[in-house]
Write a protein that binds this ligand. Structure first.
Ligand SMILES: [Zn+2]
Length: 331
């Protein structure tokens, strides 16, 4: 036996150059284990003991169609991989234990909906809509729409009826407070429906128990480098006029530090906030921010320390406005 450590230990180089399936990533003995244990107890606490998702590591959060298998992104099984994922411009979905529980509850909503074929239930369809509706990566969300709960970033309930249910279920499962929080809004009817539905399903055995995994971590032959290789950055599809915007934020000579360095520093945080409040996919924000970084360098722009907060606010407002108008290029 070796010493006590949490998860596999690799040099960064070999961590990114080894096929993911050979990294020995597991839920057991990592930060995920106590969270999953807590989550399973929460399922029992909600009276849903008949539901036992098969929880595994995959490329991203998700429940494969018609199964009760629940995938957690593999990068959450290792703090080093989480950092690398973030450094590559990936949005970390599950920033701490409480956040990971939010995603787990959401995915359990999908598990339950598969388990009991809820999409075939007339009342369910009246509440959430038809699951046959096309699934779009890009959807135009209405911030604080009263018909939907707010839970995961990006106004995710508005994406598709399946997501609306999963989000509503997650808010219900998180426990007390929803009746008060959503009182007077149409979303409350959905929560009350889920409350009634779960009371009934507690007594019923699931119809579907298939737990076939999709993209299990032990099947991922790509290395981290291959999986996160998005090719060269390019400037195609960027709005014209951004140079002028940057000149209004930075100064052309004599500042304390390069504007490009400031942009690089705020990129992960800006990316996730813009996604949370606009629903604009993080990779699009990343291409825009990388473009702004390159242009700031080319223009030789810098910022005075005393004006740093102004510059951050200006960049945030600029990127948010572009995101809300959906004018960014789409990868
Ligand atoms: Zn979902």
């Amino acid at each position: 036996m070796t010493g006590v450590f949490s998860g596999p230990v690799f040099e960064t180089r070999s961590l990114t150059a080894t096929p993911i399936r050979d990294l020995g990533l597991t839920i057991a003995d990592t930060q995920l284990e106590p969270i999953v244990v807590h989550f399973l107890a929460e399922i029992d606490g909600a009276g849903l003991s008949r539901i036992r998702p098969r929880i595994y590591l995959s490329t991203e959060w998700g429940v494969p169609a018609d199964t009760i298998a629940l995938g957690i992104p593999f990068y959450l099984a290792s703090p080093e991989l989480t950092d690398l994922h973030r450094a590559k411009g990936g949005l970390v979905e599950g920033t701490d234990a409480e956040d990971i529980l939010r995603y787990l509850r959401h995915e359990l909503g999908h598990v339950i909906s598969h388990s009991y074929k809820l999409g075939e239930d007339a009342e369910w369809v009246r509440m959430f809509g038809s699951t046959a509706q096309p699934y779009r990566d890009h959807y135009r969300a209405v911030p604080f729409h009263p018909n939907f709960v707010s839970h995961l970033p990006g106004w995710y309930a508005q994406k598709h009826p399946d997501e609306d249910f999963a989000e509503t279920f997650a808010v219900w499962m998180a426990g007390s407070g929803w009746a008060e929080e959503y009182g007077g809004r149409p979303a409350l009817a959905k929560l009350q429906y889920v409350d009634r539905l779960m009371l009934r399903l507690r007594m019923e055995d699931p119809l579907v128990t298939d737990d076939e995994l999709d993209e299990d971590v032990s099947d991922i032959a790509d290395t981290f480098e291959e999986l996160y290789d998005f090719g060269e950055d390019d400037d195609r599809g960027m709005p014209v006029g951004l140079d002028g915007a940057l000149r209004s934020i930075g100064r052309s000579a004599g500042g304390d530090f390069p504007l490009a360095a400031l942009i690089a520093r705020i990129t992960p945080s800006l990316q996730s906030s813009v996604y949370r409040w606009t629903g604009q996919f993080p990779w699009n924000t990343l291409s825009l921010l990388r473009h702004l970084e390159r242009r700031s360098t080319a223009l030789g722009l810098s910022v005075d320390r005393a004006r740093e907060a102004d510059a951050i606010v200006a960049l945030t407002a600029l990127v948010s406005s572009l995101a809300m108008n959906q004018v960014m290029s789409r990868r």
